[in-house]
Structure formats: structure tokens, C-alpha cells
Design a protein around this ligand. Structure first.
Ligand code: PLP
Length: 410
């Protein structure tokens, strides 16, 4: 099956009444005929659900769809993308551990790594994550590598095939936040990543109506308990060690579960992911190519000849550059003027919506960061980030054209 068919037909509705979509189990608890039955379900000795923070049929339906799509052995849905990133990292790391991370990460994730330092976890930031830089940065304390597939908003692409080789040689897992690439452009687990994470609030949901996140495990990484002592009790689960530890530990105990209603909204959004991404990528490419011809602004988009990542885009992402581009307008004032002159783009802090969104990252998501941190995240005073939607490309181009012309008028 190809992408769109697989989304609809790999996991069919599990409802006994035959509803085409899974029902919304908007309930906290599940009752049983006897104390013995509940005991079995509670202790994972029988299939079933006990309490929605630990599992819910609608959430399970969402997890099974994403796991199947990404080619993982299972998934755990979370209250947000940030809660997915947090739970995945805390399931692996403990005080004293080092984690190699890209400086080009989403602002919230950079902030999280600073928060984790209070718990003794040491982030080692690298300007770029490659086979060579990772190999050099590894120490006996390194326990994971974390990167984004297409950096938001730096739009750098990680060559996860070669980075995963460096990880394998050093016995550490590769965690990839693939939010901006989506499974439509790449399935990171098939290219060597061990764990993939999404903010499903974005492209998977598609209409910005539910915050959520998800962690998918390949089941391939061997969590040797000499290096990962927390896994000692879970090695009996074989390939399911990571997910068992997660679901019986930090994920359940920190309580970052997704609501069944949000899981349902994501299941609906997921069904059109392929169609939306195809259109968004076409629009973004057309808009980027137009912007490249305009004086007074410069544009960054992975499929452009001017992007250092064009070759990787062709090799890893099937020549598709995703739905985000950035424009540099020359100054902060011009960036604001450009944003304010656009008629269709909504000024909002989000990506992955059906509608086009714009933001000035330096003045919003990256206000707490130093100039140096910003520059290494691809954020300058004059940078405008555009999350391209599914509108008609002609309209988007005309809108940007008039907004650029307005830059030189008073
Ligand atoms: C938005 C985003 C997140 C955080 O997701 P939330 O659902 O907002 O918590 C993490 N990583 C990337 C790349 C994102 O774009």
C-alpha cells in the first residue's frame, strides 16, 4: 500500500458496531465484574483499560495508527509535543548523563534542556549533528542523541542515516523530532533512528484544534542495563523494554496523557495528512521560488539551489522541502512591516495549520535566548517564519508580492 491508502486501511476501526471511526471513550475509568478482573487488568496480566491516564481505547487507536505509519512496534501519545519530548528523554536519562543535542532545535525544546540541567542531565549542544560531530562529542557519559529532522526554523536537515551509524558505533540511541517532516516526507525509523517524536498538534492534526504529542519506538535499541540501569527490570520485555518502562513509569506517573477527544481529532486529521502535506510542500516551493526572485528579501527553503540541504532533501525527503520557509527582510522593522502587510497569513505562534501562518521568531519564541543561541537556531532580527498552508499558491504569491512592494512605501 502507498501512503494515503495505508493511512486509511492499515488499522481499521476497532468498533464492534462498525462505525468507520473509532468511538470517543470520554471516560476516566473502566469498570469490571469482579475485583479479580480489575486486578489482572491493572497489573498488565489481562488486556483491557483501567484508567485513562494509563490507557484509553480512543488514545490507543491513535497510537496504533501512528505506530503503523512510522513503522514502529508501538507508540505512546502525550498531552503535547513538549510532554512527548520530555517523557522520551526522562525515560532514558538520569542525573550525570550527557545528551548530544542540536542547537537548531525548536525554542521550547532548547528551554527544556536547560530545565533538565537542574536534574543533573547535561545537554551537549552541537551546531550541526553529523557522523563526525557526534563521534567527536561522545564521552563515556553520553546516553542519547536528540535532533530534529528538519530544524524549525533553521531548516537544516539531519542526515540521520550517517548520524545513526555514529550512534550505533557508540551504543547510544538516536531520538528524532520529526514534527516538521511528518511521515509523509520520511519515516525516520526506516533510516536508522531508534525513536521518533511528533508534536501531533501540528501537521498530524492539521487544523490546529488539539494539542498533543506522540512517541514511537522502533524496538531495535538494546538497553543494556550496565549503561542504562533504569532498564534492568524491563529487559525481559525484549523489544518492548522502552515502551514498557515508559508506560509503567514516567509517562504514566508524570500524568502527561492526551485527552481521548484530542486523540480522536488527531485520528481525523491524520487521514488527510498525505493530501495536505503534498499541497503544502507544493505551495511552499512555489512561494520560495517566487521570493527568490524578489529584491529586498532573501529566502531559505530546503529545495532551493541556494540551500546547503538540497542534496539531502532529494536523498532523504523525496525532493520535498516541507511546509516551512523563512524570509529575511533586512531589518526588524521591515520584518514587522512585511508581516503586518500580509492579508491572508495569520500572525500566530504555530505551524502545520491548513492556513498560512507567520511569526517573527526573535520577538516571540526566542526572546529568552541569547543572540548567539538565536543565530545558531537560524533566528535573526529580520527573520520571518512562514508556515505555508493549503490556500491557492497564486493567492499566496500575490499576497507576498504586495507585502514586499509595501516595504519600500511609507
Ligand atoms: C511545536 C513543536 C514542538 C512542541 O509541541 P507542542 O505540541 O506545542 O507541545 C516540538 N517540536 C517541534 C519541532 C515543534 O514544532
Amino acid at each position: 500500500m502507498k501512503f494515503n491508502t495505508a493511512i486509511l486501511h492499515t488499522v481499521r476501526s476497532e468498533d464492534t458496531n462498525g462505525s468507520t471511526l473509532p468511538p470517543i471513550y470520554q471516560a476516566n475509568a473502566f469498570e469490571y465484574e469482579s475485583a479479580e478482573q480489575l486486578e489482572k487488568v491493572f497489573n498488565n496480566k489481562a488486556a483491557g483499560f483501567s484508567y485513562t491516564r494509563a490507557g484509553n481505547p480512543t488514545v490507543d487507536a491513535f497510537e496504533r495508527r501512528i505506530a503503523a505509519l512510522e513503522g514502529g512496534i508501538g507508540a505512546a501519545a502525550c498531552a503535547s509535543g513538549m510532554s512527548a519530548v520530555t517523557a522520551a528523554l526522562m525515560n532514558i536519562l538520569r542525573a550525570g548523563d550527557e545528551v548530544i543535542v542540536s542547537t537548531g532545535l525548536f525554542g521550547g525544546t532548547i528551554d527544556l534542556f536547560e530545565d533538565l540541567e537542574a536534574f543533573g542531565i547535561v545537554p551537549v549542544f552541537l551546531e550541526s549533528i553529523t557522523y563526525e560531530t557526534v563521534t567527536q562529542a561522545v564521552t563515556p557519559k553520553t546516553r542519547a542523541v536528540f535532533t530534529e529532522l528538519i530544524g524549525n526554523p533553521r531548516l537544516d536537515i539531519t542526515d540521520i542515516e550517517s548520524v545513526s551509524k555514529a550512534c550505533k558505533e557508540n551504543g547510544i540511541p538516536l531520538l528524532v523530532d520529526s514534527t516538521t517532516a511528518t511521515p509523509y516526507l520520511i519515516k525516520p525509523l526506516k533510516h536508522g533512528a531508534d525513536i521518533v517524536i511528533h508534536s501531533s498538534s501540528k501537521y498530524i492534526n492539521g487544523s490546529s484544534n488539539s494539542i498533543s504529542g506522540i512517541i514511537v519506538d522502533s524496538g531495535r535499541f538494546k538497553w543494556k542495563s550496565e549503561r542504562y540501569p533504569g532498564f534492568a527490570d524491563y529487559s525481559k520485555f525484549g523489544p518492548f523494554a522502552f515502551l514498557s518502562k515508559l508506560r509503567n513509569g514516567i509517562w504514566r506517573n508524570m500524568g502527561g496523557c492526551v485527552s481521548p477527544f484530542n486523540a480522536y481529532m488527531n485520528i481525523i486529521g491524520l487521514e488527510t495528512l498525505g493530501l495536505r502535506m503534498e499541497r503544502c510542500c507544493q505551495n511552499a516551493k512555489a512561494l520560495a521560488e517566487f521570493l527568490e526572485t524578489q529584491e529586498g528579501v532573501t529566502v531559505n527553503y530546503p529545495t532551493l539551489g541556494s540551500s546547503p540541504y538540497k542534496e539531502l532533501t532529494d536523498r532523504l525527503l523525496g525532493g520535498k522541502g516541507g511546509a516551512i520557509l523563512t524570509v529575511r527582510a533586512g531589518s526588524r522593522e521591515r520584518a514587522y512591516k512585511l508581516i503586518n502587510s500580509l492579508k491572508y497569513a495569520s500572525i500566530a505562534t504555530n505551524i502545520g495549520d491548513v492556513r498560512t501562518l507567520v511569526i517573527h521568531p526573535a520577538g516571540t519564541i526566542y526572546t529568552r535566548h541569547t543572540d548567539e543561541q538565536r543565530a545558531s537556531a537560524g533566528v535573526y532580527d529580520d527573520t520571518v517564519r512562514v508556515s505555508v498552508g493549503i490556500e491557492d499558491a497564486e493567492d499566496l504569491i500575490a499576497d507576498f508580492k504586495q507585502a514586499i512592494e509595501a516595504l519600500d512605501k511609507d
